[in-house]
Ligand binder design. Structure first.
Ligand SMILES: [Zn+2]
Length: 282
């Protein structure tokens, strides 16, 4: 399934970087995207939650959505009775349940199995190699990832900042045939350049250049968010697999409150970028 670069991208690549980034917009609004392969790289089960409305929309519009999570989420709890093994299993089940609410099939969830909380201390070359393998396999048209920053290094909490840079570094490495060339000579993969990116942030939206109208997908976003029982609500301190009716309602109300609005519409916002991975942060 060879993919060639569209003419608009070739033209874009010939422009100076400063001219490229000023008013960068997708050729078609995200609401009209169809038949694309979409890949999201996050650190934890629930990092994709910031994009759930958009992912549900893309899935409904016959795009193929894949979620790659770097860690098992096996640390982040305040419940004194959960072990790492139990928590990793719970986080996996919750993520699969959340993605099912969005219509994303379970085999589109890929967990790379790193420990929660210490991602930036992993062997970066090995993590990038792992991500490059998935980029070369899935060959996404669009990558969703934590925003590594534009003209500066953006601060995120631990794991998120690592995930932001690891995703950007992997996007760059994937396009060079002689990097991790064993994947090409031994595993039947080919180099690949991701052409478009949607970078997300939490609670800091100054670099956003597009918003996506998710009005029709708010219910799916709320229902999916309510699946993260071990991360929000009473399960954070005292995990139990099944919430009462009241507790579930409270979870959904919490998720509803977190939905952003603009001009009366429910939205999610991103920094859209198109072009060479070298200039993702320029
Ligand atoms: Zn996270």
């Amino acid at each position: 399934m060879k993919k060639t670069l569209p003419a608009s991208l070739l033209l874009l690549l010939s422009l100076p970087a400063c001219a490229q980034q000023k008013e960068m917009k997708p050729d078609l609004p995200v609401e009209k995207w169809t038949a694309k392969t979409v890949m999201l790289i996050g650190a934890h089960a629930d990092d994709d939650q910031l994009s759930h409305g958009t992912l549900a929309m893309l899935q409904a519009h016959r795009n193929q959505v894949y979620v790659v999570t770097l860690t098992t989420g096996n640390v982040g709890t305040q419940d004194p009775n959960l072990s790492r093994t139990q928590l990793a299993l719970i986080r996996r089940q919750e993520e699969l349940a959340a993605l099912a609410e969005l219509g994303i099939p379970g085999d589109h969830y890929i967990n790379l199995g790193y420990d929660d909380g210490l991602l930036e201390f992993e062997d970066r070359k090995a993590v990038v190699e792992n991500l490059v393998r998935w980029i070369r396999k899935l060959r996404p048209d669009v990558l969703f990832a934590w925003d590594p920053g534009k003209n500066y290094q953006r601060w995120h909490k631990s794991d998120h900042r690592a995930a932001a840079y690891l995703a950007a570094d992997a996007a760059r490495a994937a396009m060079w045939r002689l990097l991790f060339e064993g994947q090409i000579t031994q595993e039947g993969l080919r180099e690949y350049m991701i052409p478009e990116y949607l970078f997300f942030n939490d609670y800091d939206y100054e670099d956003e250049n597009i918003t996506v109208d998710i009005s029709e997908f708010v219910e799916k976003k709320v229902n999916a968010g309510a699946k993260y029982v071990s991360q929000y609500g009473p399960g954070w301190k005292n995990y139990k697999p099944n919430l009462s009716e009241n507790e579930l309602q409270e979870m959904k109300e919490l998720m509803q409150k977190r939905v952003r609005t603009k001009d009366g519409k429910a939205i999610e916002g991103f920094r859209y970028y198109r072009g060479l991975p070298d200039a993702i942060g320029k």
